[in-house]
Design a protein around this ligand. Structure first.
Ligand code: 5GP
Length: 107
């Protein structure tokens, strides 16, 4: 299967601005931000869509939520939106599962 743009960034083949990384995920600043803070939480494992998640991936999916908490602390925001676009009909453009972390809106 051809590598996704996110796998190429994770592997250092093309540049990306990293906000956080650990053994399971990387967090990139979105190249086309839709909010004052727009990050992408991306598992290193290239699962294409949420529909491809299996039982063995559930700890990873839970971990993404812990990472969202870390990002809220790191960027000192009191709230955020965590969004997954699933499938072409759901607005997904990059078929490597990721969660949009959107924050910095007016209170
Ligand atoms: P999707 O529509 O698949 O949920 O969102 C894909 C997101 O990836 C979009 O918000 C888009 O701006 C972002 N994106 C696409 N290509 C790149 C890239 O090369 N680098 C970064 N940092 N973000 C990208």
């Amino acid at each position: 299967m051809e590598k996704t743009i996110f796998s190429k960034i994770i592997d250092g083949e093309i540049p990306g601005k990293f906000a956080y990384e650990d053994e399971q995920v990387v967090v990139l600043h979105d190249i086309n931000p839709k909010a004052p803070i727009h990050l992408l939480i991306i598992p290193r494992k290239p699962i294409p869509t949420l529909m491809d998640v299996t039982a063995e991936d559930l700890p990873l999916i839970a971990h993404i939520h812990v990472v969202a908490q870390k990002l809220a602390n790191q960027f000192q925001v009191k709230g955020f939106r965590l969004i997954n676009n699933c499938g072409k009909a759901g607005g997904q453009e990059v078929f490597h599962i990721h969660y949009h972390f959107l924050a910095g809106f007016e209170e």
